[in-house]
Structure formats: C-alpha cells, structure tokens
Ligand binder design. Structure first.
Ligand code: P5A
Length: 450
C-alpha cells in the first residue's frame, strides 16, 4: 500500500475528549471516528487491525472444533419474553418498534436466538456435542460509554454457544474454551489472566473472565502474582482430550485470581503476602457454564440413548473483539505511539523513502514493496514528499513493528536500515536481506483469510 493513496487521517493534536492512552492513540492514528456516543466508524487502519484480530479468533475457534455461523443484529422480542430476559435485561437493551408495532431489539447477546435454532433442528443426543459461534456486532445501551472502543455501545463480539448432553460434557466444552482463549490472546501478544467472576445478566455461577492487567482497566482484581508467570506458549493440545483440557484449566485457574465481585478476603489471605496483588484489569473475554437455564426456559431438549427427554446443558463464551484493540494498545505503546505486536499489526513493515523523487531511492523502495508483497507480506510505503522527521513520526504513531529506511547515502553502499519499533535498534543490511529477515520474523504470525 502506498501512503499517498491510502486514507490515514492522523491528528497532530491530542484529542481532548479522550481520557486514556489507547483512545487517544486510536484517534490520533486515524483508526476510528466517533459517530455518536459509544458508536464508531472504523477507518481503514482501525478496520485492518479489527479484521486481523477477528481472523485470529476465527482460526483459534475452528482449531478447537467450533463451527462459525452468523445471526442477525436485530431480533424479535418474542424469544426474550419467553426466556424472561426481556424485562430482566433492563435499560442496557436497545428496544425498537418496527412499522407494524412489533417489539424488536438490537442484540446484546444471543443465548435465546441460538437456543431457538437448536430446538427447531436438534432432537437427539446423537447430534451432540455441538458448539457454534459467530463474530457479530452487539449493542448495549451502556449508561456511560467511554474510553473509545473499550466500553462502546455498539461493539464487535465473538459469541459462542455449546450444547451438551450432560454437565460433564458441558464442562469439557468450558475447559476447551478456556484453552482456546489462552491461545487466542497469546497470539495477539497479550497476557489475559482467567479470573473467577460473576455471571451477571448472562447467568450461571461457574464463570471466568479473562483480564489484561492495565492501570486504566475498569475492573478491580486480586491475584497471586504467580499467575503472571504462566504462559500457554506453543504447546500442542488435543481439544477432544478431556484430560488435557482439564489439566490446562487447573494449571491456569487454581491459584488465586478473582474480580472484585467474587473476591474473598479470607481465601486471599492464604496467598503468601509477598505474592498478593491488587490491580486493575481490562476484561477481554468471559466464559460461562449455566446448565439448563435457557434450555429449560425455551424447551431445548434431546432424547437420550434410553429414550428419555432431557434439557441440554449449555454455556456461552464471549471475546470482546473491538475492545481488544484498546486493550492491546494499553499494553503496548510508548510516548511516540502504538507498538503493534506482530500478530495483529495492520501492515508488517513501513518503508520510508528519505528522498522521494530520487530515481534510485524510488526504485529501491518500489523493489522492496514488490518483494515483500511477493512474499505475502503487507508493506506500507510512505511515498509522500515529506520531511524524514514527519515520516518517522507517522510510522511511530501508527506503530508498525518494523521500518525499512531507504536513502541515497545507504544505497551507495548497497544497504537499507531495518529498525525495530519496540527497541528502536537499527541494523544496516542489503534490501534483500531485510525482506528475508521480515519473512522469518513473520513466519509464526501469519493470519489467513484477509
Ligand atoms: C458470552 C457470549 C456475554 O455476553 N453471551 C454471549 C456472553 N458475555 S459478556 O461478558 O457480557 O461479553 C463478552 C465480552 O464482550 C466484551 N464487551 C464489550 N466490549 C466493548 N464494549 C462494551 N460495552 C462491552 N460489553 C462487553 C467484553 O470483552 C466481554 O468480556
């Protein structure tokens, strides 16, 4: 992509309405624009990161055996009246009346709708287990939308739902989700810690939230510092193995880690004092097991092998896809701007031409751009006639992890400069060598389906 042809409306001034760094940087980097309180347009750069995050979520969900689908954003209120949540959900639910006077709503979550799909189509234990998910816009009429995409009213969520014959099977689905979420967040360069939480309006008393530690987080959390040493890493896991999934759950949830809703001072007191931590966190996901709450209310039953009719055991599992952009930036930035982890960066490397219009420099940049594209990498080539300082500032602000700087002086010696955004360290090398190095760096960070 050539910057001169792209749409990247960066802001020089720091927007005064933004209270936290991720919101400020997303506005300054031209990623989003507010259209109404808590509702945003996703400008090209923001949209590109959103898609990368979405694709990682898809890849990890499908790896775990979950089936993608899509449900509408607008739903009839009828199912919600049947489940009892139409009244219970309260003011957060955006209610709409259509031209025929029918009660509709903009979906804040989809337990009812998926349970209706299930009950209309599945009647035998033979079709279980089943887990389906979607990535779809949601609306919650938050009383205080704030911090940009972090607490929006319209936001993008991955929501998955499992249907199982027994509590035991449903708990395996729960554990499988926990494992797949750990992998998902790690691929985005994030440490998200599973913490015991409260079921809230979704329900169920067995639930974990995934929290990214950050001073600007909205949740107060209490944990044993030993949980921050845990990492899922690149271990291979068999998602069908009850033992393996349970083992990971135990490894990651046995040590004390709770949100304030479930915090227990006495239990916390058993953690060695030097390891007790109180901090703030950003909730980037939550998994629930709620048994037969919705299947009982909506009559989602299957016949067992013995011919008995039983309500299915269910859980639901959510990832705050749009919130993740904010969380990643909170966790990874410096005074000059964003520092994208390789897994989610909108472009893999920036190419900065120090002397636009110089025949040799232009040709070298174009050759680099072509070589990267041929290798399946996405470069962003700053081909504007701007001062070098301005070009560097833009690259730092938008946070591409790598920058290749091309100038007549280096080219005389056959070299360009490859600079790491994170460390600021630069290395001179032949242009071809820079491309080879980027291919190596990104070998483990390819997201398909863009
Ligand atoms: C699980 C999926 C649910 O809604 N039903 C379907 C369950 N869970 S949840 O915890 O309420 O939401 C899942 C994740 O969505 C993100 N989220 C938000 N992101 C941005 N703005 C909001 N207003 C907002 N509300 C929830 C969170 O990351 C949450 O974990």
């Amino acid at each position: 992509m050539r910057l001169s042809r792209y749409f990247l409306p960066v802001l020089k001034e720091t927007p005064s309405e933004a209270q936290i760094v991720s919101h400020r940087l997303m506005l300054r980097a031209g990623m989003i624009k507010q259209s109404a309180a808590g509702i945003y347009s996703w400008l090209p750069l923001g949209f590109k990161v959103l898609r990368k995050i979405e694709n990682i979520v898809h890849e990890e969900q499908m790896r775990a055996g979950h089936i993608p689908m899509q449900m509408p954003t607008l739903q009839s209120a009828d199912l919600w009246k049947e489940s009892g949540r139409y009244d219970a959900y309260g003011e957060e639910m955006l209610r709409i009346t259509d031209r025929h006077g029918r009660d509709m709503l903009y979906t804040p979550t989809a337990e009812e709708l998926i349970t209706d799909i299930f009950r209309s189509n599945v009647s035998s234990y033979k079709d279980l287990p089943l887990t389906m998910y979607q990535i779809q816009w949601k609306f919650r009429d938050e009383i205080r939308p704030r911090f940009g995409v972090m607490r929006g009213r319209e936001f993008y969520m991955k929501d998955g739902y499992n249907f199982d014959l027994s509590k035991e099977d449903a708990l395996h689905a729960y554990n499988r989700h926990l494992v797949s979420y750990l992998r998902t967040y790690e691929r985005m360069g994030l440490q998200a810690i599973p913490m015991r939480a409260d079921g809230g309006p979704i329900g169920g008393d067995y639930t974990h939230e995934f929290l990214v530690l950050a001073e600007t987080g909205e949740s107060e959390v209490f944990y044993d510092s030993a949980v921050t040493d845990l990492s899922f890493g690149d271990r291979e896991i068999d998602y069908d193995s009850v033992e393996q999934c349970k083992g990971v759950l135990e490894e990651f949830t046995t040590k004390y880690a709770r949100t304030d809703e479930t915090h227990d001072e006495a239990l916390f007191g058993e953690v060695p004092e030097e390891r007790r931590r109180t901090a703030r966190g950003i909730e980037v996901g939550q998994i629930f097991y709620f048994g037969t709450k919705y299947s009982d209310a909506l009559g989602a039953q299957v016949q067992t092998a013995e011919g008995e009719k039983v309500s299915v055991h269910m859980g639901s599992h959510g990832i705050g896809v749009s919130r993740l952009l904010g969380a990643i930036i909170e966790a990874s930035h410096d005074d000059n701007g964003i520092i994208w982890p390789e897994g989610v960066t909108p472009f893999h490397a920036g190419i900065v031409n120090l002397k636009q219009g110089d025949a040799e420099a232009d040709a070298a940049c174009e050759a680099l751009e072509k070589a990267m594209e041929a290798a399946g990498l996405e470069p962003l080539y700053d081909d504007r006639k701007e001062r070098a300082g301005g070009k560097f500032a833009t690259m730092d602000l938008i946070g591409l992890p790598w920058r290749i700087t091309v100038g007549p002086r280096g080219l005389k010696n056959g070299v360009v400069e490859l600079t790491s955004r994170r460390t600021g360290e630069s290395e001179e090398m032949a242009p071809e060598a820079a491309v080879v190095k980027l291919i190596e760096i990104y070998a483990d960070h390819r997201v398909t389906g863009l």
